[in-house]
Design a protein around this ligand. Structure first.
Ligand code: PHE
Length: 452
């Protein structure tokens, strides 16, 4: 796209909802949510997570859409057009560009594993194997730098291929194909989970709250994850919001996206935990939950290979529709602010993300012992930096801008348009002004170790 053509917009509201839900729904829902629920003891954690989504995540998502839609530019440009060309608020936009780029670089590594697992499942590599043998396959994959980097590259090329196509022809078109497929697959696996012998145990684990299991850390995990899963604090939703037309009702759209995201996380849990319990596995086995236990579980079932292929396809789709939104943040910046062509911007950023991602890919093999980053590998370090600090910090700045700095009447007009549903504004404003910033400050202080 060059500077003389008008700026792109989503072709339809449903296209926008699917693209934004595609951004939100990702490894966070299918890989991370089940394992952190497992680690934090189930039901009570799920309740707190739902509370955080509603009281902190949803209002901040609305704020990001508002900023982007009002600015009609990338994350940096939107802040510039709202707060002024020289305003320090543009830093929040730059931070978003940096955060989503960094996130993309290591996200692609884990997403690449799901590509590898599609191929392995399809060729029956897990069939008839013991649990130990299957675990060994995971170890074999991640300790092979060549394989990990190969799949990381394939994943990045796929992401670039979609983003090059632009907002309508790339992101929206592919989201409209990938998201419904994902729902279908997930529903199938959910039914499989609910008809498995572990269904009852799985349901109880997820929905019977045992508040004695609720540690302060579980509270903070829930809050932090609500940013990650809704793609907040990385400039993503500002960028996607900027392709919206002036009339779109941001409250209803945000609510739909949030509901879809939450539904997928819950369905993923309900697909995974019953099979975990039926097979007598530990729900708290950590980040390996998906890659190590799912093939074990499926290898013992009829049509196991087929179900495993479905599962990893689903994981790959979810990851892909999230990574395109990460890449789009820096591409939009280069196109809108620097006047670059989309193809050049996308290819170059994809290439850089690949290069910056290499130390992450090597963190499981060649560089596994190389831990100068506060005792962490490069992968663990960038993951921690993004998930625990940069995303909450970005979200906090957005909430502060929307809650304290934006002129109330302009903001109110942007949110409620011609005055429909005027009650939303004061409620939303209260949440972004006080509740959300307070909650975020508490997580950040905790992450910094201030509460021990
Ligand atoms: N929401 C995505 C997930 O759950 C991750 C993400 C975070 C995407 C921030 C974009 C921006 O996997």
């Amino acid at each position: 796209m060059n500077r003389t053509t008008p700026r792109s917009q989503w072709a339809s509201r449903i296209g926008f909802v699917l693209a934004a839900a595609g951004s939100a729904i990702g490894l966070g829902n299918i890989w991370k949510f089940p394992y952190i629920t497992g680690l934090n003891g189930g039901g009570a954690f799920v309740l707190v997570y739902l509370g955080c989504i509603l009281l902190v995540g949803l209002p901040i998502m609305m704020a990001e859409f508002l900023i982007g839609r009002h600015g009609q530019k990338d994350a940096v440009g939107s802040f510039a057009s709202l707060a002024g060309e020289r305003s320090p608020w543009r830093m929040v936009g730059w931070m978003g560009v940096f955060t989503s780029f960094l996130l993309f670089s290591f996200y692609a590594v884990v997403a690449g594993w799901s590509f590898d697992y599609i191929v392995r499942s399809a060729t029956g590599a897990f069939q008839g194997k013991s649990a130990d043998e299957i675990n060994a396959i995971f170890g074999q994959l991640v300790t092979s730098p060549v394989q990990v980097i190969f799949w990381q590259a394939v994943f990045i090329v796929a992401t670039v291929g979609i983003v090059v196509g632009g907002v309508r022809g790339g992101i929206e078109r592919w989201s409209k194909i990938l998201m419904p497929l994902l729902f279908l697959l997930l529903l199938l696996l959910f039914v499989r989970g609910m008809t498995s012998p572990g269904a009852r145990a799985g349901l109880e684990f997820m929905f019977r709250p045992d508040f004695s299991k609720l540690t302060p850390n579980a509270l903070l995990d829930a809050l932090g994850h609500s940013f990650f899963t809704l793609s907040l604090g990385a400039g993503t939703m500002i960028t996607y919001g900027s392709y919206l037309d002036r009339k779109a009702d941001l409250f209803t759209l945000s609510l739909r996206i949030t509901i879809l995201d939450t539904l997928v996380a819950l369905l993923a849990g309900l697909a995974i935990f019953p099979v975990v319990f039926a097979a007598g596995l530990e729900p708290s086995s950590g980040p390996g939950l998906v890659f190590q236990t799912i093939p074990i579980v499926f290898s013992a079932l009829p049509f196991g290979s087929f179900l495993a292929v479905l599962f990893f396809l689903l994981l790959a789709f979810a990851a892909l529709s999230s990574s395109i939104s990460m890449l789009e943040v820096s591409v939009a910046y280069l196109v809108d602010e620097k006047g670059w062509g989309r193809t050049l911007a996308t290819s170059l950023m994809g290439f850089f993300a690949f290069v910056i991602g290499i130390p992450s890919a090597l963190s499981f093999n060649k560089l596994a012992q190389f831990t100068p980053f506060f005792g962490r590998t490069f992968f663990d370090f960038v993951d921690k930096l993004v998930s625990s600090y940069l995303l909450p910090l970005g979200g906090l700045c957005v909430a502060l801008y929307a809650g304290w700095f934006w002129k109330a009447d302009a903001e109110k007009r942007e949110l409620t348009g011609d005055g429909d549903r005027a009650w939303i504004y004061p409620l939303w404003h209260l949440l972004v002004r006080f509740i959300a910033p307070l909650a975020v400050v508490v997580i950040l202080l905790n992450q910094a170790g201030l509460f021990g």
